[in-house]
Each structure stands twice: as structure tokens, then as C-alpha cells.
Design a protein around this ligand. Structure first.
Ligand code: 5GP
Ligand code: ZN
Length: 111
């Protein structure tokens, strides 16, 4: 499959790994939008958030994001976990991923 995140998961494309277990890989975003910008990616290929009912996996990914935020030292200052879905939200990779962003003040509403 021609999916950049599947290639990262299987090691075909290099990445800066932050966390890994049997279900999830977390890497530094190649084009960071904040001092901390980490992608939380399921190893399994799921193109869109609405195409899965794997709530255990999705919940696990959220928990991992919170744990990484704590490790990165942004728990107290604050952080955002976001999932862009489809064109209007700017989803550019069709393999679901959570963005963990922090280390600076994040605007609201988002652009
Ligand atoms: P989206 O726009 O789909 O919400 O997020 C995709 C993210 O993946 C972007 O923030 C982009 O910078 C990141 N990204 C795209 N290709 C690569 C890559 O090869 N390596 C890493 N580490 N991040 C990537
Ligand atoms: Zn994929």
C-alpha cells in the first residue's frame, strides 16, 4: 500500500520515534507547528477517523498522548490533541493520527 505512515510503521521510511508498542507508534512531526509536535499513529492502516469503531484503540492512543505530554513537560502548561479529518480540516495523510501540540500558547479558535 502506498501510505507514508504505513511505510514509517514498517521502517521503510525513517522517523524520530518517541514511543512504540504493539498497536501504536509515536513520532516527531517532520514539520513541527509547535515546540512539541508529536504524531500518535495506529500501526494498523485506517484511512479516516469515521471508518473505525475501535474505541479501545482510540482510547489507548489518547492515553498515550497524555502520557507523552507529561513526559515532554507540557502537562501543566497545556497541550492540544487534534485529529484532522478530510479536506476542510486539512487531513493530508490518509492514515489516522492524533497530533499532540504544546510548548507554546495555542490559539483558539484554530485557524
Ligand atoms: P495531517 O495534515 O494529515 O493532519 O497531518 C499529517 C502530518 O504528518 C503533518 O503535520 C506532516 O508534517 C506530517 N508528516 C508528513 N509526512 C511525514 C513524514 O514523512 N515524517 C513525519 N515524521 N511526519 C510527516
Ligand atoms: Zn497506512
Amino acid at each position: 500500500m502506498d501510505c507514508i505512515f504505513c511505510k514509517i510503521v514498517n521502517g521503510e521510511i525513517k522517523s524520530a520515534k518517541v514511543y512504540e508498542d504493539e498497536d501504536v507508534l509515536c513520532i516527531k512531526d517532520i514539520n513541527p507547528q509547535a515546540p512539541v509536535h508529536i504524531l500518535i499513529i495506529p500501526k494498523k492502516h485506517i484511512a479516516k477517523l469515521y471508518q473505525t469503531d475501535e474505541i479501545t484503540l482510540l482510547g489507548k492512543m489518547l492515553k498515550i498522548g497524555c502520557d507523552i505530554a507529561e513526559k515532554e513537560g507540557i502537562k501543566e502548561s497545556g497541550y492540544r490533541i487534534v485529529i484532522n479529518t478530510n479536506r476542510n480540516a486539512g487531513q493530508s495523510v490518509d492514515h489516522i493520527h492524533f497530533h499532540l501540540l504544546g510548548g507554546r500558547i495555542l490559539m483558539w479558535p484554530p485557524g
